[in-house]
Design a protein around this ligand. Structure first.
Ligand SMILES: [Fe+2]
Ligand SMILES: [Fe+2]
Length: 473
């Protein structure tokens, strides 16, 4: 009989398809139950991290963090999805993926959910939970049987790869936003959370539990969720609806080059889509299945990317975007005036309206004609993303209605019911609805070394009585 350590493969080729040594493969200390238990715990934690990040998108004022939450909540959702598929392969229905696997894990995450400020939240997620998820995935990758449980090992390795990036982002974010890294309160918060995790036997339950759960850090326990969008101090005049970029974009009088500025503005203004979609995802948490949340979160992340494309576009043009009022009244009005189903209707109606000839294809054609290759590149992908979003809407919104026509009519009606509050915001002194376009256009022309087109410079159409789809209010 050949012992494992003397076993010879053909001409010394790596045995077992390169998975591991023969010796490792002969070790039997792993079971399907071990695998499912650990995956379910990771599933629970990452799903909660995804939910907590989404819930913070509207009320987190700092734009960069809004974008990071959009990205990372999506990555966590992808990992949740990967785990669900793997668990589903391991002889389990019922999968029991909606069960809380461990009370102490639940309490730990609830502590972070209740973090009263951004820095505590960042530390909880990025300095405690995600690094511990990485550690749990590393153990899983090493301890799962490399041959029998190879699909799990693959999942674990991919998770480590992706989550490590989150840790790096989080470390940098915490460093940038803490005035005093030795702040005793923050150090205590961190060790409190570590102590909580120790009671759970860490994320994967692989360590012995340390006993009783520590006393909660917070006086109030409810989740921090505020659907009212907030922006940081760089967003000046966010109620300003003094320029209607769609009117400019669809006016054949104006040049494609000039229109790229309005498209960059429209892209950057899309910060309001993650703010609005987050509220749908949060408020339908228990009413819709996981696949709904997964796909909606993908779309949310795409919309955040669109906003950042606008940011990049302005940077490439040498324009300081903080000089332009980036309006937030769309997410503000929808989040505060409609319920989540109605908001979803408006979203679908608008996105479906982007599909015909005058919508996303038109934007891409204008960008291509403009001579600005970056605008063409961005509009190309923006168009592709919107096709995907219309499909997501057809899967998750339209089937609730008798027909596509009815679904569209409902979305249109909901949008019509939203009060733009154009006059009210002015009366309350929240904005003057300044026409910022000539300022932006003059700066751009200076950068381009061109003379402004007098007709374009004189553009002064507002949102006072026209919606973004140019429908009269
Ligand atoms: Fe978009
Ligand atoms: Fe979209």
């Amino acid at each position: 009989m050949t012992l494992a350590n003397q076993y010879k493969s053909y001409r010394g080729l790596p045995p077992l398809a390169g998975l591991c040594s023969m010796q490792r493969a002969t070790q039997p200390n792993w079971s399907l139950d071990d695998s499912v238990t650990r995956l379910k715990r990771l599933h629970y934690v990452l799903r909660r991290v995804h939910e907590m990040m989404v819930a913070r998108i509207p009320s987190e004022p700092v734009y960069e963090l809004k974008m990071a939450y959009s990205h990372h909540s999506y990555l966590c959702a992808e990992q949740v999805d990967m785990i669900r598929r793997r668990v589903g392969e391991m002889r389990e229905p019922p999968l029991g993926l909606d069960k809380v696997p461990d009370d102490a894990l639940q309490l730990t995450l609830t502590e972070i959910d209740g973090a009263p400020n951004t820095i505590q939240f960042l530390i909880g997620i990025y300095s405690v939970i995600i690094p511990e998820c990485v550690a749990a995935c590393q153990r899983l990758g090493q301890q799962a049987h490399p041959l029998a449980d190879a699909p799990t090992v693959r999942v674990a390795k991919l998770m480590v790869f992706e989550l490590t990036e989150l840790c790096q982002y989080g470390d940098a974010a915490v460093e940038c936003l803490t005035d005093d890294p030795q702040d005793p309160k923050l150090i205590a918060w961190r060790s409190h959370l570590n102590a909580c995790l120790e009671v759970a036997g860490m994320i994967d339950g692989s360590q012995p539990s340390t006993g009783d759960f520590p006393q909660s850090w917070h006086v109030k326990k409810e989740t921090i969720y505020d659907k009212q969008p907030q922006r940081d101090e760089r967003f000046r005049d966010p109620y300003n609806a003094g320029v209607n970029p769609e009117s400019f974009l669809y006016n054949p009088e104006f040049s494609a080059r000039d229109k790229t500025l309005m498209m960059y503005y429209k892209r950057l203004r899309e910060i309001d889509v993650p703010e609005m979609m987050a509220s749908i995802i949060v408020e339908l948490r228990t009413e819709e299945p996981w696949d709904f949340h997964m796909e909606m979160c993908r779309q949310l992340w795409d919309e955040a990317r669109h906003a950042m494309m606008g940011e990049v576009g302005f940077v490439a043009q040498g324009i300081d975007w903080t000089e332009i009022p980036i309006n937030f009244t769309w997410s503000h009005n929808l989040n505060t005036q409609l319920n989540p189903r109605e908001r979803h209707g408006v979203l679908f109606f608008i996105e479906q309206g982007l599909m015909p000839k005058t919508g996303k294809r038109y934007e891409w054609e204008v960008a291509t004609e403009s001579g600005d290759p970056l605008s063409a590149l961005f509009q190309d992908f923006d168009w592709a993303d919107e096709v995907l979003h219309a499909q997501i809407g057809r899967r998750w919104y339209v089937p609730r209605y008798d027909s596509l026509k009815e679904a569209m009519a409902y979305g249109d009606a909901c949008w019509s019911r939203v009060l733009s509050q154009w006059q009210e915001y002015r009366d309350q002194g929240l904005t003057e609805h300044e026409n910022w376009w000539p300022r932006l256009y003059t700066t751009a022309c200076k950068n381009w070394g061109t003379t402004p087109d007098p007709a374009a410079l004189a553009f002064c159409e507002t949102y006072q009585d026209k919606r973004a789809d140019l429908e009269q209010l």
